[in-house]
Write a protein that binds this ligand. Structure first.
Ligand SMILES: [Zn+2]
Ligand SMILES: [Zn+2]
Length: 553
């Protein structure tokens, strides 16, 4: 009997982000993607969120390789962190590896990874699997769906995809190949992108954005134009460049990742532009406004990005003025709407005309909507189905779509982070769960535990009250009135009486404890905390963090 195949989901099933799955047979593991999630608004001071790697940490010697579907941060951003735990071989397209390598090099870990480039349609023996890399269209070039040919049959993972029939580079989602696998050995299990599973219809083609950009550029002759989009969206950048060239403009890049990706994509032949079109952003302010277009980072309203600095009038390179045009060629990731809105306000204050998706169709999604998801289900005709890459509601909707497309209701399985499924001779069953909590990373501190985050939320919402008391345990007395220091709890000058009362309450609690013979720090601190906490709660109906400090003389 052939070995069963187990798939363990470490992230991405329940959130958009930190995609990571482990596919395993005969004790050997291939990791499929290793991404980060951007922090939510209630995660103060957190820079990014990782999958919980405990499962892999215990199995370091069993990891055969990492296989990457494409170069977005939610698929590659965690690699530098995984490489701290283990050293391995990483497979992906040239562009995906180029983007992943930037991050790994920044972390100084390039010696721990061997990067192996694969081409469209290539098949590779990776550990116990025969792995096939099938082209798909998405909002970063050269993405793959990945077919694992296993002892239990073909397992197809869609990667992030849409079915764009007129992509910028003419490289189509290879439905014919997927159909051939389905007609041949058959697809036993399909794992498919659920991001747009709630959206009816079909996602528009990327080339439609190019036509819109050209029209906007033509209508704004004589005005300086700044376009912002994701730095990895090379096809969008290509279309901006083409609109610029067609209207007689030079192009400058603004933002570090835009400059880096420009260079990488040109080197790989993915981004094409004549040499004499590029100008340094330093010269832009001196150029005739109608002769230049700036391609910038910051489409998500990130606080220190090129666009946010422009909006605040603090850009070192570009001072926006009346008549300038800013095109935001992206959609805010959920959670970033507020930040993007603030940046748009700032741009208007500088006198710029702002064109975003609410005004003109300057962006299309990179993910399949229901029509395309149903097309894939129809072509693949899987025996079993597990939706991946989505929030819970997206996964639920995708299960419903699969059932409508003929997957048996019991064979469409809804999984979440930490779940595993085992594909064997008799079909798919649920396996053991593994730890799958959020791993918070604060750039300056490193890994941050749940406790730290809880403290930060409490400080942000309720403030802090510190009491400093000096006691003399031998004499059994409190030396002078305890000092109360507070931030973010009450406005101190108006609460003079309250602070005095708090000091007195702590003093009498400590005196009572001392007269009961208590002398150790920990217990004295506990008495101080309890007394102060009770007063604070009764008087203000608040729950600030209480920090008691007891000093003995
Ligand atoms: Zn993606
Ligand atoms: Zn993704």
């Amino acid at each position: 009997m052939p070995d069963p195949v187990r798939i363990t989901f470490l992230g991405g099933l329940g959130e958009i982000g930190r995609n990571c799955a482990c596919i395993e047979t005969g004790g050997r593991i291939v990791v499929l993607d290793c991404g980060i999630m951007f922090p939510e608004p209630d995660m103060p001071g957190i820079d990014l969120v990782l999958p919980d790697f405990s499962f892999l940490r215990e199995r370091v010697d069993d990891v055969e390789a990492v296989v990457l579907t494409h170069g977005h941060e939610d698929h590659i951003g965690g690699l530098a962190f995984l490489l701290r735990e283990l050293s391995t071989t990483v497979y992906g397209s040239a562009l995906t590896l180029g983007l992943a390598r930037h991050r790994v090099e920044e972390a100084g870990l390039e010696s721990r990874a061997t990067f192996v480039e694969v081409r469209d349609g290539e098949r590779r023996a990776i550990g116990p699997f025969d792995v096939e890399f099938i082209p798909v269209t998405h909002s970063v070039p050269h993405g793959f769906a990945i077919c694992f040919h296993t002892p239990q049959g073909a397992i197809l993972h869609s990667g992030d995809f849409k079915i764009d029939l007129t992509p910028v580079d003419g490289r189509l989602t290879d439905l014919a190949r997927i159909g051939a696998i389905a007609d041949g050995v058959g697809i036993r299990l399909l794992l498919s992108d659920s991001t747009n599973a709630e959206e009816p219809g079909f996602t528009e083609t990327e080339t439609a954005v190019g036509a819109t950009l050209l029209r906007l550029f033509q209508a704004r002759a004589g005005h300086r134009i700044v376009v912002t989009c994701f730095a990895s969206h090379i096809h969008r950048v290509q279309q901006v460049v083409e609109a610029a060239v067609a209207t007689g403009r030079k192009v400058a890049t603004l933002g570090r990742s835009m400059a880096k990706n420009f260079e990488l994509a040109r080197r790989l032949g993915i981004l094409e532009l004549p040499d004499d079109v590029l100008v340094d952003v330093e010269h832009v302010d001196d150029m005739d406004p109608g002769s230049v277009c700036v391609v910038s980072t910051g489409s998500q309203g990130e606080p220190l990005s090129a666009l946010a600095l422009m909006a605040a009038g603090e850009s070192k390179w570009l001072r926006l003025r009346d008549g300038d045009v800013v095109v935001i060629s992206a959609h805010p990731i959920p959670g970033n709407e507020w930040a993007v809105g603030r940046v748009i306000d700032g741009l208007h204050r500088r006198g710029a005309e702002v064109i975003h998706t609410g005004v003109e169709p300057v962006h299309v999604s990179g993910h399949a909507r229901q029509g395309e998801l149903k097309t894939l289900l129809s072509v693949a005709g899987p025996e079993w189905f597990v939706p991946v890459h989505g929030e819970y509601r997206h996964l639920v909707n995708h299960v419903q779509l699969a059932v409508r497309m003929g997957v048996a209701p019991d064979n469409a399985v809804l999984c979440e982070d930490g779940d595993s499924v085992v594909l064997g001779d008799k079909g798919l069953r649920r396996g053991d769960s593994v730890p799958s909590g959020f791993l918070y990373v604060d750039g300056t501190v490193g890994d941050v535990g749940h406790g730290v985050l809880r403290d930060r939320r409490m400080l942000a919402e309720e403030g802090v009250v510190v009491v400093v008391a000096t006691v003399d345990p031998h004499a059994g007395e409190v030396v002078g009135p305890p000092e109360i220091i507070t931030r973010g709890w009450v406005h101190a000058p108006e609460a003079e009486a309250l602070l005095g009362e708090a000091s007195a309450v702590v003093q009498s609690a400590l005196e009572a404890a001392l007269s009961d013979g208590v002398s150790d720090h920990e217990t004295l601190r506990r008495h101080a905390r309890k007394a102060l906490g009770r007063l604070v709660g009764e008087r203000t109906r608040r729950r600030p963090m209480i920090v008691p400090v007891v000093v003995t003389v």
